[in-house]
Ligand binder design. Structure first.
Ligand code: SF4
Ligand code: SF4
Length: 454
């Protein structure tokens, strides 16, 4: 019998949120394809939450696929590994789509590369025997996760080993694997659930063992029935449960997911750990399985190249560090009416113009919108309709925060809990006056952080 979400305490949804058009049809049914190995990659030293990684190579060094390029810069940090075989070039600086200027280590391809189906088999294909997982203990698993440089692949890029290192003060009873993928357009997680189902289940079990959790639950929205079916089949007799959730944005956010599945409220400013939960994305789970069962580091990830502004949308397995430009070219280029390129999806992603920027471990998609997609009414005055308040999953009052931000009133913005906003965009999506609430809140948050540095 399939598990229903009620048995975990939740109702299968959370309060507030919105239903933006899903637009998954561009890429959801397109199997993951391996992009040809690039001539060069740029490996950013800071592509995760925490301290920058520290280079362990120098110009002219030769590296093989999977060799370490940067070591971890602290406990909340990760190492990075060569995604191609090649020669190290002199380090330089680039700007990522989120506007951050970061140091990068270029690697120029040299020698034979693992490519095509062989690469796909090695990363997500083949067998992931679930009856072999007893041999791995807690410490072995967390060490393998840390050594492999795994971060949250849903976009947060938080070092995964930190969540799974035993913490006696805050024990974890539940590992939640996030298969919601609630952001419009995006489909990499869906394809991973469909094509690497057993690896996802194996990674979920390993994450549960590392955390010492008694329950392991994979949460998936009801707009992905095929993924639910595949996961339930793969997880049969393993103890891993699959919770079916109502489709709503931003359910893939950790706090909303925990509420939807377990009905536990993460305190304002708190973490899932505060309510006994560790959350990882399905892609992260498959990377954990690979790190532990095959001893391989995180060198590649699945990225959707999607939207009506790209000629042939695809789901691609790409090396970390490949330029966005190569993804677009491989997908047939931009359409004539392409108007906005976004790293990620339209709700939480970053519009950018530097196509030479590298894909990082947190890059889930490249969404290209047309002029028609982005056409928007001019901003008008707030009519105090309260829709933004009804939409906010964090129970904030976005209109007041935005006003405080416009007035550059740092104290007032903090009194309205500006820092609790995670920029999901639900408020701006629903605003009939087209007020750029998220941009105003982002600016306000930057001002608060600057004031704290003084
Ligand atoms: S205020 Fe922040 S958290 Fe609330 S809806 Fe707007 S963007 Fe999302
Ligand atoms: S949704 Fe827009 S118009 Fe309505 S209260 Fe919020 S900011 Fe004002």
């Amino acid at each position: 019998m399939a598990a229903t979400v009620k048995e975990f305490g939740g109702s299968g949804t959370f309060k507030h949120g919105v239903h933006p058009p899903e637009r998954k049809h561009f890429s959801e049914d397109i199997p993951i394809e391996v992009i040809p190995s690039p001539k060069k990659v740029l490996m950013p030293m800071l592509q995760h939450v925490g301290a920058p990684s520290v280079p362990v190579v120098k110009a002219k060094d030769v590296v093989a696929l999977g060799d370490i390029v940067c070591k971890s810069g602290g406990f909340v940090s990760v190492p990075h590994h060569a995604p191609i075989a090649g020669k190290i070039l002199k380090s330089t600086v680039t700007t990522l789509p989120n506007g951050r200027h970061v140091q990068v280590i270029p690697i120029k391809a040299d020698g034979e590369q693992l490519e095509g189906q062989a690469l796909k088999d090695e990363i997500i294909g083949g067998e992931w025997p679930l009856d072999s997982l007893d041999q791995y203990d807690r410490q072995t698993i967390t060490e393998a996760i840390a050594k492999a440089g795994i971060v949250g692949l849903g976009g947060a890029a938080f070092p995964a080993h930190v969540k799974y290192t035993p913490n006696d003060e805050k024990p974890v009873d539940t590992v939640l694997i996030n298969g919601c993928e609630c952001e419009p357009y995006l489909t990499p997680d869906y394809r991973v659930m469909m094509e690497a189902t057993q690896a996802v289940v194996a990674g979920a079990i390993l994450a549960g063992k590392a955390a010492g959790a008694k329950d392991i639950i994979i949460g998936v929205e009801d707009n992905k029935p095929e993924a639910v079916k595949a996961l339930r089949q793969a997880a049969a007799d393993t103890g891993v449960k699959v919770a079916l959730l109502q489709t709503k944005y931003p359910q893939g956010s950790e706090k909303q997911l925990i509420m939807a599945v377990l009905k536990r409220e993460v305190p304002l400013g708190g973490l899932p750990l505060d309510v006994g939960v560790a959350v990882s994305n399905v892609g992260t789970a498959s990377a954990i399985a690979r790190a532990v069962m095959r001893g391989k580091p995180l060198t590649h990830r699945v990225v959707s190249v999607t939207g009506s502004g790209v000629r042939n949308p695809k789901n691609l397995l790409v090396p970390i560090g490949i330029a966005y430009r190569e993804l677009i070219e491989y997908c047939g280029g931009l359409t004539e009416d392409a108007a906005r390129i976004i790293s990620g999806g339209p709700m939480m992603g970053f519009a950018f113009a530097n196509l030479d920027a590298p894909v990082t471990k947190g890059t889930s998609a490249m969404t290209v919108l047309t002029a028609e997609d982005v056409r928007k009414a001019d901003e008008t005055a707030c009519i105090r309709c309260g829709r933004c308040v009804d939409a906010c999953p964090m129970n904030l009052v976005p209109t007041k925060i935005a006003l405080a931000s416009r007035a550059k009133d740092v104290d007032l913005a903090q009194a309205y809990h500006i820092m609790a906003c995670f920029e999901c965009g639900s408020c701006a999506f629903t605003c009939p006056a087209s007020i750029p609430l998220v941009q105003l809140i982002r600016t306000g948050k930057a001002r608060v952080m600057a004031s704290q540095r003084k």
